[in-house]
Ligand binder design. Structure first.
Ligand SMILES: Cc1ncc(C[n+]2csc(CCOP(=O)(O)OP(=O)(O)O)c2C)c(N)n1
Ligand SMILES: [Mg+2]
Length: 330
């Protein structure tokens, strides 16, 4: 019998099932957050739904013990793969003192962990891209063999920060990967009104770097191309621009009504290509997963989400006296 796709990529059954579980955990945390928001318990949600496959596929192509990520606000799947926990994310959603991302000071989605090599981020979109380039430059100067990866939306690929960062990284052949999660919208603006070129990855040639567009609903396809970009970076061949084609399954955020700019039919159509379910089916077909195993995974993930929700809900808020901590020198 010939090798199946994940075996051909050097991934064991155990690893692909772990990838699936990470995608599922991200999805279920996200779904819970919407319920908590609608129940008035948390102020804001910005979703990963529809992008988990790209996020987890990319994370697994990196060395998660030494590489650095500069994620953007939808990257729940990526930060979970890098070791963040459901509790950490729920503590952030509830804005509690113990939130390791910002001590409950930032909006959710501003992922950050020094320990896990997740760069802290700012609210202006695309600033993290320049930061990832800085990490790659520092690594080069220190002689460290690490790769940095920044993610961003396709709307953000029009920001000056992206173009300046890409040019600098291209000129200096830095070990950095620019990964665009093209989810077809920048809030209410559809892709057609965002770019004049056909693909975000078409821009790679302008910066002298490797570029590719892949199906962002397929974690193995994303894994394969990001792995190639990682190898190029480690071999001194410079940066890459990877575009993953996704679809944002939720409104932009919990404060937005997407039915003012897209149709229910369009969203329903996109759900048929949901990477989470396609990957589940693939794993069942190859025998890496069974219905029984899947049920056990779902039960385990549900329990993790319940525990994280209860823990974060009951956790204390930061002391009001600490509001200015980290703002002024002490
Ligand atoms: C510099 C800047 N301009 C505008 C905003 C407001 N804003 C937040 S998210 C967003 C849309 C970004 O779209 P895209 O890059 O495609 O990412 P997506 O939300 O679709 O994942 C905008 C305009 C911002 N945060 N920063
Ligand atoms: Mg977008």
């Amino acid at each position: 019998m010939g090798k199946n796709r994940h075996e051909s990529l050097g991934l064991s059954d155990e690893t692909v099932v772990e990838m699936y579980e990470t995608m599922l955990l991200a999805r279920k945390i996200d779904e819970r957050m919407w319920k908590l928001n609608r129940a008035g318990k948390i102020p804001f949600v910005i979703s990963c739904q529809g992008q988990e496959a790209a996020q987890v596929g990319a994370a697994y192509a990196l060395d998660r013990t030494k590489d650095v990520i500069a994620p953007y606000y939808r990257d729940m799947g990526m930060v979970l793969a890098f070791g963040m926990t459901a509790r950490d994310l729920m503590l952030s959603a509830f804005a509690k003192a113990e939130d390791p991302n910002s001590g409950g000071r930032q909006m959710p989605g501003h992922f950050s962990s020094k320990k896990l090599r997740i760069l802290t981020q700012s609210s202006p979109v695309t600033t993290q891209v320049a930061h990832a380039v800085g990490v790659a430059l520092a690594a080069r100067m220190k002689g460290e063999n690490i790769v940095s990866l920044a993610t961003f939306g396709e709307g953000s690929s029009n920001q000056g920060d992206f173009h300046e960062s890409a040019n600098f990284a291209g000129v200096h052949k830095l070990p950095v990967i620019f990964m665009c999660e093209n989810n077809q919208y920048a809030i209410s603006v559809p892709i057609k009104k965002q770019l004049a070129c056909e693909r975000v990855s078409d821009r790679a040639v302008g910066y002298g770097m490797f570029g590719a567009t892949v199906d962002g609903n397929d974690p193995l396809a994303v894994y394969e191309v990001v792995k190639k970009a990682v190898e190029r970076a480690r071999n001194g061949e410079g940066p890459s621009l990877i575009e993953t084609i996704c679809y944002r399954l939720t409104p932009h955020s919990s404060d937005d009504d997407d039915m003012t700019y897209r149709t229910k039919e369009e969203v329903e159509e996109a759900k048929k290509k949901d990477g989470l379910y396609l990957f589940r089916n693939y794993l069942l077909e190859t025998g890496a997963l069974t219905e029984e195993k899947d049920q056990a995974i779902n039960e385990r993930v549900d329990a993790i989400v319940d525990e994280a929700t209860d823990y974060a809900e009951q956790a204390p808020y930061a002391e009001p006296e600490s509001a200015l901590k980290y703002v002024y020198e002490e």
